[in-house]
Each structure stands twice: as structure tokens, then as C-alpha cells.
Design a protein around this ligand. Structure first.
Ligand code: NI
Length: 166
């Protein structure tokens, strides 16, 4: 396992559409392990493969520090409601902005064994799923920010939406 460099806004890799994963190879598993390690090291609640320079449809999310979610080829199949709150991104360090997202999300994804599963999330998890899946299509939350991006202190954790919820 190894930490990987997190790409920052302005890096063209963050604006590309990622490719579907056809099979989980040892390299894919290594990538996922590295993404998990990199996310935890950065105190993030989520990380998408393009953020470490890999154009594959893989995200990892952990909103609580004890519920790691590995999502391969994820798709949102249902949303409802609305939440408006603060959001940040490890690829946009030092910034935060207000984004409106669905308050409920149902998604399907494959796990590391390519088993299809369904996940439902509300509030922070719903927000994280939307945010990370946007990365897979080359979108950053800054495109959706209402008002201005604001500066946050360096001590705050990036991609840690919870701290910034209103
Ligand atoms: Ni992000």
C-alpha cells in the first residue's frame, strides 16, 4: 500500500470521463487500497480514482470512519428530497462552498469481488455519493456552488463535509 498524490483543480485529469471497470485485477485492488489509505491520511470522507490520476470508475467513501464503502462502476438509481450545506473536496484544498444535493440517494455498485450491491444513503452519505460520482464524469463541486467559494483554515479537513454542514 502506498499514499498517492491527490490531483488538484486545474489538473485536466479531473475533467475527464472515467472508464468502466471490467474486472478487478491485483492492480485494481492495489489502487483501491491506496485510495483508502490516501483518503484516511487526508482526513477525507471520500475519494474518486481520478483524484489520484486514474480514469477508472471507482470511488471510496467513509462518512463515519468505520463504514468503508468501495464502489466500482457506481450508478445512482433513485434520489429524493433536497439538502443544502457546506461541501469541500480534497482536490480543491482550502476551500468550501454551499451545494444543494438530494437528501436521499439509492445507488448500485460492484464491490471488490465484482458483486453487485445496493446502497441507500441520506444526508452526509447521500451528499458524498453524489459528490464522488460527479468526479467520475469529470465534474467538481465548484461547478454547483451557490454563491462564492470561501476559504477555510488549513487545520480543517478537506472533503470532510460534516464539519461544514450548516
Ligand atoms: Ni471531491
Amino acid at each position: 500500500m502506498a499514499l498517492r498524490n491527490i490531483r488538484e483543480m486545474g489538473d485536466p485529469v479531473l475533467n475527464k470521463v472515467c472508464k468502466e471497470v471490467k474486472e478487478v485485477t491485483p492492480r485494481t485492488r492495489e489502487l483501491i487500497q491506496d485510495m483508502v489509505e490516501t483518503m484516511y491520511e487526508a482526513n477525507g470522507v471520500g475519494l474518486a480514482a481520478p483524484q489520484v490520476g486514474i480514469l477508472k470508475r471507482i470511488v471510496v467513501i467513509d462518512c463515519t470512519g468505520e463504514d468503508l464503502l468501495v464502489m466500482i462502476n457506481p450508478k445512482i438509481i433513485e434520489t429524493s428530497g433536497e439538502q443544502t450545506g457546506g461541501e469541500g473536496c480534497l482536490s480543491v484544498p482550502g476551500k468550501s462552498g454551499t451545494v444543494t444535493r438530494p437528501n436521499y440517494v439509492k445507488a448500485i455498485a460492484y464491490d471488490e469481488n465484482m458483486q453487485l450491491y445496493e446502497i441507500e444513503g441520506t444526508e452526509l452519505l447521500a451528499r458524498a455519493i453524489c459528490h464522488e460520482l460527479d468526479h467520475l464524469d469529470g465534474h467538481l463541486y465548484v461547478e454547483k456552488v451557490e454563491g462564492e467559494l470561501v476559504n477555510v483554515s488549513e487545520e480543517e479537513d478537506y472533503e470532510d463535509f460534516e464539519d461544514w454542514d450548516e
